[in-house]
Design a protein. Sequence first.
Length: 316
Amino acid sequence: MDIRLIYTDADRVEQGYLRNFSADVDVAKDKDFEITVARDNNILRGGSWWYISNTEYGGIVDNVGVVTADREIRYTGRNLRGILCDKIIEPPQDKDYNIVSGDAIAVINSLIEDAGLSNIYRMTGESWNVQSFQFNRYVSLYDGICALLSTQNRVLRLVIKDGYVTMSSAVPYDYTEDKDCMRSDINYNITQVKNGYNHLICLGQGELKDRQVLHLYVDKMGNITDTQTYKGLEERTAIYDYSSASSIGELRTGGIARLQELNADSLDMTLPDMSMQIGDITGGTEKITGATVRKQITNIIAKIDDNSIDIEYSVS
């Protein structure tokens, strides 16, 4: 397999193909990359772009490092998602929140334009009508877009070609309904939480007796409510400190997410390359105990050289 890694100058004018390289791309966690070449192959510069057409593997070179002992050059920077993370959705002047309505594609493209990225990024594909969606205060453009898409159970997809990034959304594919998930080369460790936390004390703004306090509980069906079900020995309580929450609603949202995190089942998997993408769902069932876990793909590490792309998936 011949990998064509295109690189540009700082003006995004294509210069050719990078050869004799190795690259690590952290797609969705750190949202960055590292490309290593021999010292006599130092042809990228700060501000250069690189990408592999029709994938989301690409980014901008922010740093150029020299490893004298190994006679190597290491280029590091932000990938396509990382660039979106460096733009902030601010509330309009004299407003507490940025609240949007209208066609979803138009709304997102307006945000991209406000961020000064419309000459590179463009949202396309299926749309829907947004009705008064409220962004968190000073949220990153990336997190804000993902939050908006999540209201429709959709996740962000990116593809770069000819130096332009096409953004779209998709409903995650559920691989647990795919027979390939039962292949013999898939190994996993499953841990199910059977006696988790059922009471979370959420602490918001304020000091001492004036501090915001919100109690969240888990009922016997696993629902998060305002009513206590478990008491005495059965009650397990944890504290959630969120002093920067701007409202009781934001404190509640953060508390629910924290309670779900505390009680999340764990799944460690060794996965072959199954062309999964961020947000897709995988899982497994252990036959002896009957334990079943479904998890979303939350990150992809791509290891790339001239001849191959090796993929490692992470779930949470």
